[in-house]
Design a protein around this ligand. Structure first.
Ligand code: ZN
Length: 352
């Protein structure tokens, strides 16, 4: 079978007190029981929401993505993936207590390694880290770095502060050292309103407004100088959509030409830096409906190395069994399924 690496699937934690309890230390075992802590699902993806699980990908009982055999059958066999990267979306990334966040991130990483990665050699995972406390995030990266089945570091698109800020740099230093790209996935800690103007009334607005957050993160990483300091680092935008990128590149270039005196260390066009350091997963693919329109978008982005195949299983981004967006040229499909993921996630090559 040809290599097809799915860079974004979502196994789900069944329950805090059932799934995770064996992986928590004694203190947190006692805490989740005595405080009746359960259902720490990320508010951005409530399990019942249509986007969180395609109807035919929902198990009879439990959350979409929580049934191991079903994920094997549908996301791997059904969608033809030779490998898939598990990105667990869970409230551990959003709680305010940094110690609680660290304990739950550790439990989730131990759980996914023991109960998913060890049961299917096609699976890899991102390391979930508590970005609430960068020092604890680094501890978790170092704890997991010896296991090459972990191939990236998962952070949310909407966190407490912009990702380019210097207090996160030690995290990027660890990431670069261990060849782990930063996977920036849609989702919010809800410290700020999802839109830059304030709170929307509807989830639909929130989901669209996430593109603003991705744009802000890309600018922050570039202008703060993260990619100059860590030239080996890549950031993968996951579930960000794609069609906003060409206009954003043009605007970023034009503005940089006018005001680059403010950021003299940025010595080339921001779009060129994006082509070298930013990658995007291909579901949702919010492209024009015709082949010519899709060709235009790819041409305008100006790089076929930025695209990474992803199904986003079990999120409902498409119907049927073909997760490859329509109208993509065959050469690009080949690259985004194998060469590009292998370049972006170097540890895929190292894994046993
Ligand atoms: Zn996703």
């Amino acid at each position: 079978m040809a290599m097809r690496i799915d860079c974004d699937i979502h196994p789900a934690v069944g329950g805090t007190r059932t799934t995770l309890l064996p992986y928590l230390d004694d203190h947190w075992k006692e805490q989740v029981v005595s405080r009746a802590i359960d259902g720490l699902d990320l508010t951005s993806y409530p399990p019942g929401m249509a986007l969180s699980g395609r109807p035919d990908w929902r198990p009879k009982d439990g959350k979409p993505g929580s049934d191991f055999e079903m994920v094997q059958r549908q996301a791997l066999d059904g969608l033809g993936a030779s490998h898939a990267i598990c990105n667990v979306l869970y409230g551990a990334q959003a709680v305010y207590d940094p110690y609680m966040a660290a304990a739950f991130c550790k439990a989730i990483n131990d759980w996914i390694a023991a109960e998913w990665l060890s049961r299917d050699p096609r699976l890899r995972a991102s390391i979930m880290v508590p970005m609430q406390a960068p020092d604890l995030a680094i501890e978790e990266i170092e704890r997991r770095a010896g296991d090459n089945r972990f191939v990236s570091i998962l952070v949310l698109a909407q966190g407490e502060t912009l990702l380019g800020r210097r207090h996160f740099w030690p995290v990027y230093q660890a990431a670069e050292k261990h060849k782990l790209p930063i996977a920036i996935h849609a989702g919010s800690q809800y410290r700020q309103a999802p839109s830059s103007i304030g709170w929307p009334s509807y989830r639909y607005e929130y989901y669209l407004a996430e593109a603003q957050a991705f744009q802000a993160q890309v600018l922050s990483l570039i202008y703060e100088g993260v990619f100059l300091k860590f030239p080996g680092l890549k950031a993968v935008l996951m579930e960000s959509g794609i069609s906003w990128l060409p206009a954003f590149m043009w605007r970023a270039n034009k503005t940089w030409r006018g005001v680059r005196v403010e950021v003299p260390w940025i010595d080339r066009e921001p779009a060129a830096i994006m082509r070298d350091h930013i990658r995007l997963t291909t579901q949702p693919f919010d492209s024009p409906p015709d082949a010519a329109g899709v060709a235009d978008i790819i041409d305008q982005i100006g790089s076929d190395r930025m695209f990474l195949f992803a199904s986003d299983y079990p999120h409902w981004q498409f119907d049927g069994d073909d997760a490859i967006p329509p109208h993509l040229p065959a050469g690009l499909v080949l690259k985004m399924c194998a060469d590009n993921p292998l370049e972006t996630f170097p540890r895929l090559n190292l894994a046993a």
